[in-house]
Design a protein around this ligand. Structure first.
Ligand code: PLP
Length: 319
């Protein structure tokens, strides 16, 4: 029922907000974090389509994986609880620390299994077999909502951006966002190519380096295109900026903390250190380095609100 209300009528449009003067450009933020389900974010956009598929095909439990800070796992656990079906989450031991997302996931009674990072795939396979043996029909969702369905979610968002532009009679020259598994970026790039648009979509990597990071986005784009019987594209279509990953997933610096403080102070928009704050800082550096001026820029706020509170202590001076 909840799913029907949210996506069934396909009319949820997240707001676009103009920020204060920005390095000689106009900056707008698409507030995907305000998507009205479970603290919003790009993982809801993907999860809702996965759950539509699960329900249509009559699966009766769900299995996925992610770290303890995972926004994806929070949303999947929430949707599963709402639907009254068991939710199994495989989590790497290495990232097993307590976050607000972990607490929320536990509140939904999701069943967590921890394993070594090298054992994730084997653990998932074993869990799926075990569930089948018990008579369940398990629905598997890749970490982060990766796959053609996840890509579809951001093709839809790209189209929503185009609709916003038509209604407001201007176009964005650039779209920036945090990129992780690359599914969000793949969806936006597919949406752009399907419309024949030429603007730049810049994924600011929060963890992966090239060539791997960009290649994963490319594979997602071409997998989606294949499902539409379209010709594959080349890596030239993918702008995967890996200059801002620092020491990898979850790492951040003083400038990121300062960006988060500034954006919250002057525009009232919360960002986090792992995804959106890191990408926002990366975007500013990218704009300076490439001397981008007098452009209209859209930053997609991909969500992760609970992560803001995990690092609140680091944002105050008396840490
Ligand atoms: C997962 C996530 C991303 C990255 O999205 P991908 O589709 O995996 O690239 C960005 N921002 C937030 C807040 C996320 O939770």
């Amino acid at each position: 029922m909840i799913l029907m209300n949210i996506e069934g009528n396909n009319r949820v449009q997240t707001p676009v907000q103009k920020l204060n003067k920005f390095l000689g450009n106009e900056l707008y933020v698409k507030r995907e974090d305000l998507y009205p389900y479970s603290f919003g974010g790009n993982k809801v956009r993907k999860a809702i389509i996965f759950f539509d598929d699960l329900i249509k095909k009559e699966f009766d439990c769900v299995i996925t994986y992610g770290s303890s800070s995972s926004n994806h796992c929070r949303i999947i656990a929430n949707l599963a609880a709402a639907k009254g079906i068991p939710c199994h989450i495989i989590s790497p031991l290495q990232s097993n620390y307590l976050t607000f997302n972990t607490k929320i996931i536990k509140m939904f009674d999701a069943i967590l299994s921890y394993c070594q990072i090298s054992e994730v795939k084997a653990t998932i396979d074993r869990k799926i077999e075990e569930l089948k043996f018990k008579g369940y029909k398990p629905y598997f969702i890749q970490g982060g909502g990766h796959g053609d369905i996840g890509t579809q979610a951001y093709v839809n968002v790209y189209n929503e951006i185009v609709e916003y532009e038509l209604n407001n009679e201007f176009n964005f020259d650039y779209i920036f966002h945090a990129t992780g598994t690359g599914t969000t970026q793949a969806g936006l790039v597919c949406g752009k190519l399907l419309k024949g648009d030429t603007r730049e979509i810049v994924g600011i990597s929060i963890a992966r380096k090239n060539p791997h990071g960009g290649n994963v986005v490319l594979e997602s784009v071409n997998s989606y295109f294949k499902s539409l019987s379209k010709k594959p594209v080349t890596i030239d279509e993918i702008n995967f900026a890996d200059d801002f990953v620092l020491n990898g997933y979850g790492s951040y610096n003083k400038q990121i903390l300062q960006s988060i403080k500034d954006v919250l102070t002057y525009d009232g928009v919360p960002l986090d250190t792992t995804y959106t704050g890191k990408a926002f800082w990366g975007m500013k550096e990218y704009i300076k380095k490439n001397q981008i001026k007098d452009k209209k820029i859209l930053f997609i706020h991909t969500g992760g609100t609970p992560l803001f509170f995990d690092k609140l202590g680091d944002l105050t001076d008396d840490e």
